[in-house]
Design a protein around this ligand. Structure first.
Ligand SMILES: [Zn+2]
Length: 381
């Protein structure tokens, strides 16, 4: 991002203006300079990144999402006529999934009333009440949220049972998928996307993720950047986005571990099957005694990034009511960031019903890396 002006192909796109735009919540999904769709990500290196895409790139994303995404995988009602779809996730900021959702609502008036978003930054009982009132046929969300909803269903609190749950954004384990399918008695359809290329891979009827390899190139490489053989996970993965010519991403380090398989899938698709080890953060159980308060990892990340501007962090649970927040940042900036982060986190935890949680902070200490090679940002006890 420090070389943004050298890198972007339209010189009228300036990083400072984009950052100002992305910090204004009143203009989510508005066109920037009348023609660009803009979103932010926390970036693989812990530095926030901004991505701008033009109409051509968005047309590619839309087409891939429609023709290969979960909608056409449905056995009935692929157009979701008359059905409500709920997006449960981070709303209110310029995040890729939320900007895309909001943009679709504006482009397609028929979708406007049926596509609802529900923030996951609220207490679980409020979230469940919203879903019960909406009774959506489809819930699009993160695997960790889907698991939480499965638990709410088993506890008898979630009445609304969707026909399908579409997941993405985090790793979905086979166990988590089974748990959600059984508890909600619905189908789970997974996909894989990134802020750098939103519709990266979709699941086929055989349950495999297929890379949209006609528009995105992924290379699994070792720690010296050399390609690893098919069937092996690299140390990291390089992405080339063939759709976005405004902000070209060529062999961009995604920091996810991806395995590309050579064998053709039984579904007949010739797009390569991939396995992704991306974000794999824990859901925290806070409080002494039962019931504990469950806190979703992506909600914690959203609070720390969005409310406190802290992107380089690891939050480790050290006791039922004790958290350690560490950052690799140093100096005065780090201290003020941590103070802001602790205040935002405390407020958030109290709102969620987790009282009396002590948060300790440490600067100059980078988080430990998980099995994916990424820093695991939220680590449960
Ligand atoms: Zn397949």
């Amino acid at each position: 991002m420090s070389r943004f002006d050298d890198w972007v192909t339209d010189p009228t796109l300036r990083l400072d203006a984009l950052r100002r735009f992305a910090s204004d919540r009143s203009c989510i999904a508005d066109p920037f300079l009348d023609r660009y769709v803009v979103w932010e990500s926390s970036g693989s290196s812990g530095q926030p990144a901004v991505f701008a895409q033009d109409a051509k790139a968005m047309a590619v994303y839309d087409a891939l999402g429609f023709w290969r995404g979960p909608a056409l995988r449905r056995t009935a009602n692929p157009w979701s006529v008359g059905e409500r779809v709920a997006f449960v996730g981070a709303t209110g900021g310029h995040f890729a999934s939320w900007v895309s959702m909001e943009r679709l609502r504006r482009l397609n008036p028929a979708l406007k009333g049926r596509l609802q978003s529900i923030s996951f930054l609220q207490r679980a009982d409020d979230l469940v009440a919203e879903l019960n009132a909406l009774a959506p046929a489809v819930i699009a969300t993160y695997p960790s949220v889907a698991v939480l909803l499965a638990q709410e269903r088993l506890a008898g609190r979630l009445d609304a049972v969707p026909r399908e749950v579409w997941t993405g954004g985090e790793d979905l384990s086979a166990a988590a998928r089974e748990h959600v399918q059984e508890a909600l008695n619905c189908r789970v359809i997974n996909s894989c996307g990134a802020s750098e290329f939103l519709p990266l891979a979709f699941e086929c009827l055989c349950g495999n993720l297929h890379l949209n390899s006609d528009w995105a190139i992924l290379e699994a490489v070792d720690d010296r950047g050399r390609e690893v053989p098919a069937g092996e996970a690299g140390a990291t993965t390089l992405l080339t986005n063939l759709a976005n010519h405004v902000q070209p991403l060529i062999r961009y380090d995604l920091a996810d571990r991806v395995t590309l398989h050579a064998a053709v899938c039984a579904c007949g698709s010739h797009h390569p099957v991939i396995d992704v080890q991306g974000r794999n953060d824990d859901t925290l159980q806070l409080g002494r005694g039962a019931p504990t308060v469950q806190i979703l990892p992506l909600a914690l990340s959203t609070v720390l990034e969005d409310a406190a501007g802290l992107f380089d962090f690891q939050l480790e649970q050290q006791g039922p009511c004790r958290l350690l927040l560490r950052t690799g940042l140093l100096g005065k900036g780090a201290d003020s960031s941590l103070r802001r982060a602790r205040a935002a986190l405390s407020d958030f935890l109290v709102q969620q019903g987790a009282h009396g949680v002590h948060i300790h902070c440490k600067s100059g200490q980078a988080g430990r890396r998980g099995r994916s090679g990424k820093v695991q940002r939220v680590v449960a006890l």
